[in-house]
Every structure is written in structure tokens, then in C-alpha cells.
Design a protein around this ligand. Structure first.
Ligand SMILES: Nc1ncnc2c1ncn2[C@@H]1O[C@H](COP(=O)(O)OP(=O)(O)OP(=O)(O)O)[C@@H](O)[C@H]1O
Length: 449
């Protein structure tokens, strides 16, 4: 069985002390290093949460230079490590310097095993608390998570998720409509996961990304002599097929898809034998399908088969509070992956997130946050790191005064609603208007309260 005890690294060059300490810590898995190189190697290999570090290490056993260099290198590699430094008698200054250099605590030699034991156990406790806090901060609040991975605090998006959950239990076909990056693919996956087919495959095909002849083989499969290639419809047997950008599907393939939807059989190219497949269809498009039908590029009969339920996904700018909520979620994720020193958003970044219109929706936000975390110099991501500090963030390209006023109104209203967590009275107070006036404006600008 693997050893579950917490890992403690002791960096100490005195063999006598090494022996003494080795016996003192039965509750921990002990790793002992005699110099910087060994210490760094063990830190990388074992990732101990707590380290005790003698500042007097070779080649400078009577000074502190090697100890400080080891401390700095450890914290650079694993910033959450709790390093407890040991300083010689009367070397309080160097101990304090180590604390300001990022050490967690210090003790003075000669070692009192009981006292050091207490400091070490407290360090493990603090480390565990910090880890738990980081985990909680990373996980979006429970009430903000819907359909598993979807994060939202906005009523209009929660409604969408509830609809998806409800239709998931049925075998109805679902058409998701909404602008690019609003989360259609994520919702399709959520629908599959919430359905009884969750144990079966979830197969995605993007109808706009593949040229027509290849798309036909990709979707329906191909049989060429002894060479047979299963299509994505067949692969989705007993599962869900997600047809992304279905509005881009060529008319000839729409006819073949229609046949499948009517009869549950697939005509494999080059094979006389049709194939029976049981797949649930979820489709998505950013087009207005009724317009596509009117212009003759989409079959009306197919539309009715694909769209037994139509779910419209709101743009990110119409989900009050979500830009900030999602920004924190992405920040935590990317900070962990790419820049652990980043801890939060600067106030100017929060204001810029509120003010921006998000033409690329959640995908744009995700990309900007990734950029912001990489660019951030300190602990906070600024508006400049997100590239939201220029003119574009205040809509300086609007065409006339009326449009500029409307944009300013919308922005102020959205911000007030986000800041007050959707509380209309609070938002009205913040805006200096009455509740009925705010309701009127919400209606006029088709914003949700
Ligand atoms: N509410 C959300 N919570 C967490 N992540 C989200 C949310 N909405 C979207 N995302 C993430 O944003 C990105 C874009 O979402 P998705 O691909 O689902 O959008 P889409 O509407 O299908 O876009 P397109 O039409 O361009 O294909 C993905 O990385 C997705 O995981």
C-alpha cells in the first residue's frame, strides 16, 4: 500500500542532526538532503509540502548564502512549499530576512525537537488549509455550476440549462441556436451527459469545417471494395450525434440526413446495404435558420425534424454578472496551469470586463483570460493584460449620440445589476433612478433583470 503520510524534506548537512531528526518524525514520510542540489532534486521528485532548511549549507556552512539560494530556488519551483529555516544562535536577522524572502517560519539552533515538531505540524496544517482554500476558490460556487461544467449566475442561462436537463430525458431532437462562442458545444455535451445515453458515445461533427465530398464520408461512412470506414452517424449508435454548424450542410447531404432522421437508416456510400443506427441528434447553428429556409439553402422538412425543441442561447453580454464570474473561473484555471503567482483581477480589469460587449462571447473571454494570466506581471491581471484598456472598451466607434447614450445606459445598467447580484432595488439605487424606471429601461433595452 502506498504511504499516505505527509512528506517532509529536511535539508541539513550535519550527519548527527540528520540522524536525530530522522527518528523524531514518525508521522511523516521523511526525505533528507545534505546540500542544495540534493534538496532541489528531492523537491522536484517528491513535492513535499513542508521543508526544514538549515541556512548554513556547504559550500558556505558558516554563512547563509547557500541557504538563501536554496530557499529562493525552492520557492521559485514550488511557491506553495512551507519552508522553515534554521538559523544559528544569535542569527535572528538572517532568520527574519528569510521570512521576508518567503520562508514560512524559523527556529533557532540548537534544535529543540518538540518545539520544531510543533512548528512543522502547524506548517502542514496551514498548507492543507491553503490548498483547500485554493480548491474552493477554483471551483465555481456550487449554485453557479449547472449541467456539470457550465458556469453561470445569470437567470437567462440557468433557464437554458434547465430546459436542456428537461429535454435530455426525452428522445426529442434539439436545435441549439446562438452566436459563436456562447457554449453550444458545451450544452450539447451537457445534454448527452444528462440523458440516459450518457454511457454511450458522444460524437461531434462540424459541418462547416469539412468540404462536401469528405463530409459525406465522415457522416455516412464509405465502403470502397474491402475498405470500409464507419461514418460518424454509425459511431454514435446508442449515443448522441452533435451536428455543429448544421446550417452549413450542403443540400445533397441534407437529403441523406433527412432519410436517416425519418427511418433510422444510414446509406453508406458505395454500399447497397443500409445500416440501422439508433442515435440521438443534437444540432447547433449560429444562423437564423428561418432565413436559410427562405433563401432555399436549408430544407424546411429537415428543420422540423432537427428542431423539435429549439433552445436559444443568450449572448454573454446579456448575462449579467457572468463575465466577472467566468473570468475568475478561467483565471484560476490558467493561473494554475501557466502562472501560479497570479491570484486575482485588478479593479480596472473588473470594470473593463463589465463594460466590454463580448462579440466573441465565452470563447473570447476564455482567450483574453489566458492572455491576461500570461501577461500579468504581479499578482493581479489588469485591463491592459486583457487588452481591454484601449478605446474599444469604451465604445468610441459608435456612430451617433443616441447610440452612444444607449450604449452607456446599457453598460451602466449591466454593471449595476452585476454588482448587486441581480437585485433590482439595489441596482436602481446604485444608478440613482427608481425601480419602475429601471424596469422600463430593462424592457426598452431588452436586458434581463
Ligand atoms: N458557461 C460556460 N462555463 C464554462 N465554460 C464555458 C461556458 N460557455 C462556454 N464555455 C467555454 O467556452 C468555449 C466556447 O464554447 P463552445 O465551443 O461550447 O461554444 P459554441 O457556441 O459551440 O461556439 P461555436 O459556435 O463557435 O462552435 C469552450 O472552451 C467552452 O468550454
Amino acid at each position: 500500500m502506498s504511504d499516505k503520510r505527509p512528506k517532509l524534506l529536511i535539508v541539513e548537512d550535519d550527519p548527527g542532526l540528520q540522524r536525530q531528526l530522522r527518528w523524531a518524525y514518525e508521522d511523516y514520510q521523511l526525505f533528507i538532503a545534505g546540500d542544495r542540489e540534493e534538496a532541489i532534486e528531492m523537491l522536484r521528485a517528491e513535492s513535499p509540502d513542508v521543508v526544514t532548511l538549515d541556512l548554513g549549507l556547504p559550500p558556505d556552512p558558516d554563512g547563509t548564502s547557500e541557504g538563501f539560494a536554496t530557499l529562493a530556488e525552492m520557492l521559485r519551483i514550488k511557491p506553495d512549499t512551507k519552508v522553515i529555516v534554521a538559523s544559528g544562535h544569535g542569527a535572528r536577522e538572517s532568520a527574519l530576512a528569510a521570512i521576508s524572502g518567503g520562508a514560512y517560519d524559523f527556529y533557532q539552533k540548537p534544535v529543540d525537537i518538540d518545539e520544531l515538531g510543533l512548528i512543522v505540524s502547524r506548517a502542514f496544517h496551514v498548507h492543507a488549509l491553503e490548498k483547500e482554500n485554493a480548491r474552493l476558490a477554483e471551483a465555481a460556487p456550487e449554485q453557479a455550476r449547472v449541467l456539470g461544467r457550465l458556469i453561470t449566475g445569470a437567470a437567462e442561462m440557468t433557464k437554458v440549462a434547465r430546459t436542456i436537463e428537461r429535454v435530455a430525458a426525452t428522445s426529442l431532437s434539439v436545435l441549439l441556436t446562438g452566436a459563436s462562442g456562447t457554449g453550444k458545444a458545451l450544452l450539447a455535451q451537457g445534454l448527452h451527459d444528462a440523458s440516459e445515453r450518457r454511457g454511450g458515445p458522444f460524437i461531434t461533427i462540424n459541418c462547416s469545417a469539412i468540404p462536401e465530398p469528405l463530409l459525406e464520408a465522415e457522416l455516412f461512412g464509405a465502403h470502397d471494395g474491402s475498405d470500409a470506414k464507419a461514418g460518424k452517424i454509425a459511431l454514435a449508435h446508442r449515443g448522441t450525434l452533435f451536428l455543429d454548424e448544421v446550417g452549413e450542410m450542403p443540400l445533397a447531404l441534407q437529403a441523406k440526413l433527412l432519410r436517416f432522421m425519418q427511418n433510422g437508416v444510414v446509406d453508406v456510400t458505395g454500399d447497397a446495404q443500409p445500416l440501422s443506427v439508433d442515435a440521438r441528434i443534437v444540432a447547433a447553428t449560429h444562423h437564423d435558420v428561418e432565413k436559410l429556409i427562405a433563401t432555399g439553402v436549408f430544407r424546411e422538412d429537415l428543420y422540423y425534424l432537427l428542431a423539435e425543441v429549439v433552445v436559444r442561447i443568450p449572448a454573454l453580454k446579456d448575462r449579467p454578472g457572468d463575465p466577472a464570474l467566468l473570468a475568475r473561473h478561467f483565471l484560476n484555471r490558467f493561473a494554475k496551469e501557466m502562472n501560479p503567482l497570479v491570484k486575482g483581477l485588478a479593479p480596472d480589469a473588473l470594470a473593463a470586463l463589465d463594460a466590454w460587449d463580448w462579440p466573441g462571447n465565452v470563447r473570447e473571454l476564455e482567450n483574453r483570460m489566458k492572455r491576461g494570466v500570461i501577461m500579468a506581471d504581479g499578482k493581479h491581471v489588469t485591463a491592459a493584460d486583457l487588452d481591454l484598456d484601449g478605446d474599444r472598451a469604451d465604445g468610441s466607434d459608435v456612430v451617433n449620440l443616441k447610440a452612444a447614450r444607449e450604449m452607456a445606459d446599457r453598460r451602466a445598467i449591466r454593471r449595476a445589476i452585476a454588482r448587486t447580484d441581480g437585485n433590482i432595488s439595489g441596482a436602481a439605487k446604485m444608478l440613482g433612478i427608481s425601480r419602475p424606471t429601471l424596469y422600463d429601461l430593462l424592457k426598452q433595452y431588452q436586458l434581463q433583470g
